[in-house]
Design a protein. Structure first.
Length: 281
């Protein structure tokens, strides 16, 4: 077995290879003069782990080309981050169900697939091959434990993410809750933990994805006003679009970190061991 990856998932792929005690395949990436993508894989094996986060359109095309290049191998696909997975419903006529369109691309040439904290589990039904969705809640728990915080409160940004916060909190036996929005007027909204008090303790807001960071930045300011000593933000997928990291820092979030499903400078923990464990079965 060897591990091969698209251009933007090289670091995670190397870590997965280390966890599996195997090697990575060298891949040459370039473009034709007209802008079309080109790649050429090195020596392949009869069993291959293909790793590629769908972070943009180029990453998707690279992944499809890589799957085709691995023709003849028994291929396991790893989608650490699946772009378009949040567009899982049609809200008006003429819209695509983008998650279905993307998932439907993966069938021929693939034996099975692993996803990581996919935003909407129902998307898994669109795949044409067996798919396993793993969670990095425990890895986030380990990350928090390494921070040396005293009596942290683990907060989900909303009730929909409460189960995820509970899984994270179970790692250290910490308290957990979710943020509740209360509209005070037409323009004023208050956010606070629904049941527990944030006063005199550090707060860690956890979620599967941080995209724009707007909700967390606003919540951070309010949590400080409610007496929180520090506010941290940790997620699985650091999408961080539109100046999100800066928004969070301006919101006085003390530290922001994510996994390497999307490789960022703030990727502080790796999905590699959990993915390798899922590959081993």
């Amino acid at each position: 077995m060897k591990v091969i990856s698209t251009e933007k998932s090289q670091i995670l792929a190397a870590r997965i290879a280390t966890a599996l005690n195997t090697t990575v395949v060298d891949v040459k990436f370039s473009r034709f003069p007209d802008g079309e993508l080109y790649l050429a894989a090195g020596k392949l094996d009869d069993e291959t782990v293909i790793v590629g986060s769908i972070t943009d359109s180029d990453a998707l095309i690279q992944l499809l080309l890589l799957i085709d290049a691995c023709e003849g191998s028994k291929n396991h696909l790893v989608l650490p981050y699946m772009g378009y997975a949040r567009q899982d419903k049609r809200f008006r006529d003429g819209e695509p169900i983008s998650a279905r369109a993307i998932a439907g691309l993966f069938g021929e040439g693939i034996k099975d697939c692993i996803t990581v904290n996919i935003h909407e589990p129902s998307v898994l039904n669109y795949f044409k091959v067996p798919v396993t969705n793993i969670s990095l809640a425990g890895d986030i728990g380990d990350c928090i434990a390494s921070m040396g915080l005293s009596d942290p409160l683990i907060l989900a940004p909303d009730d929909g993410a409460l189960a995820f916060a509970e899984s994270v909190a179970s790692k250290g036996g910490w308290d957990y809750d979710h943020l509740e929005k209360t509209r005070l007027s037409g323009v004023e909204v208050k956010m606070a933990p629904k049941k527990l008090c944030a006063a005199s303790r550090p707060v860690v807001i956890v979620d599967d994805i941080i995209s724009t960071g707007g909700t967390i930045a606003t919540a951070s300011n309010m949590l400080y006003k409610q007496g929180a000593t520090d506010v941290y933000a940790i997620c699985v997928h650091g999408v961080l679009i539109g100046g999100a990291y800066t928004h969070l820092k301006v919101g006085e979030v003390r530290d922001i970190c994510c996994s390497d499903t999307i490789e960022r400078s703030c990727s502080r923990f790796s999905a590699a061991k959990s993915i390798a464990a899922a590959i081993r079965g």
